[in-house]
Ligand binder design. Structure first.
Ligand SMILES: Nc1ncnc2c1ncn2[C@@H]1O[C@H](COP(=O)(O)OP(=O)(O)OP(=O)(O)O)[C@@H](O)[C@H]1O
Length: 193
């Protein structure tokens, strides 16, 4: 089981995580809930090994087994939608490109370039690229920013059907209500699931 125990992170005087604990099941969608600035991204970054906590431990997974979707899309304007996936997939998995694009409802857009995508389309491309990476845990930071609720719901259902282990952050109740379980980050200091 993937878990973190008693994580504390401060930036200067500011305490962002205070002895935070969490256990994640092997499959399903877990959502972190909390207002802007409460530490959702910080927790994802600690799990991914991008931020070192002042104390506490992460166990059951190594950063190399994690794929992360950052809050920024980080798309390349000179690579098409389809190329964003072939750039990260090994050649023997290029056959999966259409399935991944359909998962995020970009099936007809493989030859389009990022400047021609809407904000929500760009977000869905970044999500498809993240999901195309092999991983034991997918960390998705606000995966549905700019994506309408109905579409986000359909995409969540498809991700759930694939059995992908996902930890996502959101402050939108609509998105949180579609997760299998929700962990509040704005509650009491020690939380164990
Ligand atoms: N590298 C850093 N240096 C200083 N302060 C930071 C740093 N990273 C995060 N913080 C602060 O830590 C707090 C939590 O930030 P974090 O990005 O984790 O919040 P969040 O819950 O993900 O917010 P949002 O929903 O807006 O993305 C904020 O007050 C932020 O300013």
């Amino acid at each position: 089981m993937i878990s973190c125990r008693s994580l504390s992170v401060s930036f200067g005087e500011k305490k962002v995580l205070d002895r935070f604990s969490l256990s994640l099941p092997d499959a399903g969608i877990t959502a972190l809930r909390g207002p802007s600035g409460c530490g959702k991204t910080t927790l994802l970054r600690v799990l991914a090994g991008l931020e070192r906590p002042q104390s506490g431990t992460v166990s059951g997974i190594s950063p190399r087994e994690i794929a992360i979707l950052f809050q920024e899309n980080r798309l390349l304007p000179w690579r098409s939608v389809g190329q964003h996936l072939t750039d990260v997939l090994p050649k023997d998995r290029w056959k999966d490109v259409s399935r991944l694009l359909e998962l995020v409802e970009l099936g007809g857009e493989a030859s389009v370039y990022p400047p021609a995508l809407s904000g929500g389309m760009g977000r869905r491309l970044a999500l498809a690229r993240c999901l195309s990476l092999p991983a034991r845990l997918y960390l998705l930071d606000e995966p549905f920013a700019g994506v309408d609720r109905e579409r986000a719901g359909r995409i969540m259902d498809r991700m759930r059907a694939l059995g992908l282990p996902i930890l996502l952050s959101s402050h939108e109740e609509d998105i949180l209500s579609m997760a299998d379980r929700v962990i509040p980050l704005d509650g009491p200091p020690l939380r164990v699931l």
